[in-house]
Ligand binder design. Sequence first.
Ligand code: ZN
Length: 356
Amino acid sequence: MTASSRVRYPVGVPHLPTAGILPPHILWAIVANGDAEQRAWALQALAVSERIRGRRELLGDIATAAAAAAPGKQRTVYDAKHGSQLPGAKARGEGDPPGKDVAVNEAYDGAGATYDLYHEVFGRDSIDDRGMPLLSTVHYRRGYDNAFWDGSQMVYGDGDGKIFGRFTKAVDVIGHELTHGVTQYEANLDYADQPGALNESVSDVFGSLVKPRTLGQTAGRADWLIGAGLFTPAIRGVALRSMAAPGTAYDDPLIGSDPQPADMAHYVETADDNGGVHINSGIPNRAFYLAAVAIGGFAWEKAGRVWYVTLRDRLRPTSDFKAAANLTIAVARELFGARGAAAKAVAAAWAEVGVL
Ligand SMILES: [Zn+2]
């Protein structure tokens, strides 16, 4: 489907992620357990997320940014200089050599690695498949603990230095947030309940392919972590999420313990977080991990291709886990043979997590 043929949905049906890479359950844990300063910025981060949601509703869609599109990779990184005006001052354009600012260079390289995954593996030209420029802003606010896609560009905080460092450090976070843009153009999954958890999961799936691709790692060698390296050493945790073992990424007195379930028997029914979109995403995440590892080789070549075609052509805004399972199996059969090992691995993965 092309963007122009996309049906617009009524106001009030959430289609955009509202919290960024940092799930609200971590921010609320910091509000509950942090010192006065930490509570203050966690509350501020939650409030900023609300304002971003308002801004997104005003934007309506991302046609404004897409209007400037020409084919090919076009990255621009801006510096907000610790303010909140977007996009900020231009710091690096496409083809410019690296400068001294690590965050600028990481945002540039991460956008490039994500563009390359989509372009070289799936034949997609940027977020809208029409060369939409990839805009990023670094140094957003002071000590800001999040990274997000605002409907038209990427935004990164520097972290507070006590819990989180800078958010450009994890390339899978960049891939995750840019994939929210791809999802917006394709399946446009509702951002609530199971469709919302699928929306979060596909961002983790494509985000998780970026780093091993830059490192030349097979599915069996990849770490399958989202946000590895974001926590400071003071926090007991390895990442924000683990696709291989949901629920094991962190366990810390300040930020709480990873609430993700690994299968349907532990599905979390909650009204928080739009129905647990950052929580229950652990289930389809693990299905992708199990399929990719069972198929073997580079995860983007078969499992990634199956998930990409499913996201682009098959999923609908209200698709649930069972629909995603059946659609990925059908796509695996079409792409790699009705009795092929890929289709069998995908079916076994969804059975293992209890969706089928
Ligand atoms: Zn997300």
